[in-house]
Design a protein around this ligand. Structure first.
Ligand code: PLP
Length: 402
C-alpha cells in the first residue's frame, strides 16, 4: 500500500507529445509545425546574433554562478519594466511598480496567480479566452481559481468574435481577472484592433476587472516592440488602471530553456507597490528561492547596452519578417494549388501561429499520411515553414482536402 495510491495518470502535454512523435518519425520530408519555437530558414533553432554577442561579452567578463537576489537581477528587472512601459511612462510610474524576475512567462503567470490569491479574501474568477494557450487553465486551476472561458474566435467566419468578447466583459463578475494576450494571440494569430482594445479597456474599467497581460510574443506581430506593447501601455497610461504583465523572453530572445521572464505589477499607489513587491519576494522565496541567473544576465546586457539593444531590435525584425513571408508563401501555395475553400484568414493573422481551421480528421491524415505535424486544433507554428518545405505542406493540405 502506497500513500500515493490515489495518484492518477495524467497524459503528457499534447504539444510536447507531438514533438516526441515527430522526432521518432524517420520520414525524410517530415515537417514539425507543432511547437511555438522559432526556426531559421533551414529549420534549425536560431541563436540570435544579439544573444550570441551578449553571451561572448559575459564570458569575456568572467561569469560566476552565484545566487541572484530572490527578486532576481535588479538591472534586468528595471530594464524589463522600462522596455514594457517605454522610458516616459516608466519614469512617471517607476515608484508605483512592483517587479519580480520569473521562470519565464509561465512562472510570471503563476506568480501573478499566487499574488492575487494572497491578496484577496475570496478568489476572483479568471476569464480566459477560448481558444487559448492550454497552460492558462492549468496554471489558474491548479491555484484553485474558478476559471471561465469566453468565446474569442468564430470558427464559422474564421475571425475574432469581438461581439462575444464585449458582451462577456459587460456581464463579467466585478473584480474578476481577465487574461489578455498582449499581442500575437496564441493560437488564433488574431488581436483586437487599437479601437477594439480601447473599448475592451473601457468595459473592463467600468466593471473593475483586472487586466492580466500574457506578453509572450512581444515583437512577433510587427517586429517592433513598442508597437506590440500598445495594449499594455494603453491600460496603464491612458486608462490609469492597475494591471499585471507577464513577460517572457523565451521567444523574442530565443532563450527558451533559460527560463527568463518578469512579472510586473502597475499599482495605483506607492504603498501598494512596496507591499506587493515585498509579497512577491516572499512568494518567490517559498517556491523558487533564487531565479536562474544566466538568461537574466544575457537579457540585462542586451536591454542595457545600446548597441546590443539595436542588434536585438534587428533580430526581432528578422524573425517577424521571415514569419510574414512564410505565412504569405503558404497562402500563395494553397491558392495556386487550388486547395478547396478560402484561405484569406491565414493572411489576416499575424505572429508565430497560423490557425488553419481544418477538422481533426484532416489534421490526423496530415500527420499519419504526409508526416506533417500540427496541433489537433490545426494551429501551425509558422516558424516550422521554410522555402524547402512550404510547397510540400501546401500540397499535402490540398491533397487531404480534395
Ligand atoms: N503564454 C503563451 C501564450 C505562450 O504561448 C507561451 C509559450 O508557449 C507562454 C506564455 C510561456 O512560455 P515560457 O514559459 O516558455 O515563457
Amino acid at each position: 500500500q502506497s500513500r500515493f495510491e490515489q495518484a492518477r495518470f495524467i497524459p503528457p502535454d499534447a504539444i510536447f507529445a507531438l514533438t516526441a512523435q515527430y522526432l521518432k518519425d524517420s520520414f525524410p520530408q517530415k515537417v514539425n509545425l507543432g511547437q511555438g519555437a522559432y526556426r531559421d530558414a533551414d529549420g534549425k533553432p536560431w541563436l540570435l546574433p544579439s544573444v550570441n554577442k551578449a553571451r561572448q561579452t559575459l564570458l569575456e567578463q568572467g561569469l560566476n554562478h552565484e545566487y541572484l537576489p530572490i527578486l532576481g537581477l535588479s538591472t534586468f528587472r528595471q530594464a524589463a519594466a522600462e522596455l514594457l512601459l517605454g522610458p516616459e511612462l516608466f519614469a512617471q510610474r517607476e515608484n508605483k511598480i512592483a517587479t519580480c524576475q520569473s521562470l519565464s512567462g509561465t512562472g510570471a503567470l503563476h506568480l501573478a496567480g499566487l499574488l492575487l490569491k494572497a491578496c484577496q479574501n475570496r478568489l476572483p474568477k479568471v476569464y480566459i479566452p477560448e481558444p487559448t494557450w492550454s497552460n492558462h487553465h492549468q496554471v489558474f486551476d491548479s491555484l484553485g481559481f474558478p476559471c471561465e472561458s469566453f468565446k474569442y474566435y468564430d470558427h464559422e467566419r474564421k475571425d475574432m468574435d469581438i461581439d462575444s468578447y464585449y458582451s462577456m466583459l459587460k456581464q463579467a463578475e466585478p473584480n474578476s481577472v481577465v487574461i489578455l494576450h498582449a499581442c500575437a494571440h496564441n493560437p488564433t494569430g488574431l488581436d483586437p484592433s487599437k479601437e477594439q482594445w480601447r473599448e475592451i479597456a473601457h468595459l473592463m474599467k467600468a466593471r473593475n476587472l483586472f487586466p492580466l497581460f500574457d506578453a509572450a510574443y512581444l515583437g512577433f506581430n510587427s517586429g517592433n516592440l513598442d508597437e506590440d506593447a500598445f495594449a499594455i501601455r494603453l491600460f496603464i497610461r491612458e486608462m490609469e488602471m492597475e494591471a499585471g504583465v507577464c513577460v517572457s523572453f523565451a521567444k523574442n530572445m530565443g532563450l527558451y530553456g533559460e527560463r527568463i521572464g518578469c512579472f510586473l505589477l502597475a499599482n495605483n499607489s506607492k504603498q501598494t507597490a512596496v507591499h506587493t513587491q515585498s509579497m512577491l519576494e516572499m512568494l518567490q522565496r517559498s517556491e523558487v528561492s533564487n531565479p536562474p541567473a544566466f538568461g537574466a544576465k544575457i537579457a540585462s546586457l542586451i536591454l542595457g547596452r545600446d548597441d546590443l539593444r539595436q542588434m536585438w531590435y534587428a533580430d526581432m525584425f528578422t524573425m517577424s519578417d521571415r514569419l510574414r513571408w512564410m505565412r504569405k508563401a503558404l497562402y500563395d501555395n494553397l491558392v495556386s494549388l487550388g486547395a478547396p475553400g478560402s484561405w484569406e484568414h491565414l493572411i489576416r493573422q499575424s505572429g508565430m501561429f497560423g490557425f488553419l481551421g481544418l477538422p481533426p480528421d484532416i489534421v490526423l491524415e496530415l500527420r499519419e499520411t504526409y508526416h506533417v505535424y500540427m496541433a489537433d486544433n490545426s494551429r501551425i507554428s509558422i516558424a516550422g515553414l521554410n522555402e524547402g518545405n512550404v510547397e510540400y505542406v501546401a500540397r499535402s493540405i490540398t491533397q487531404c482536402l480534395l
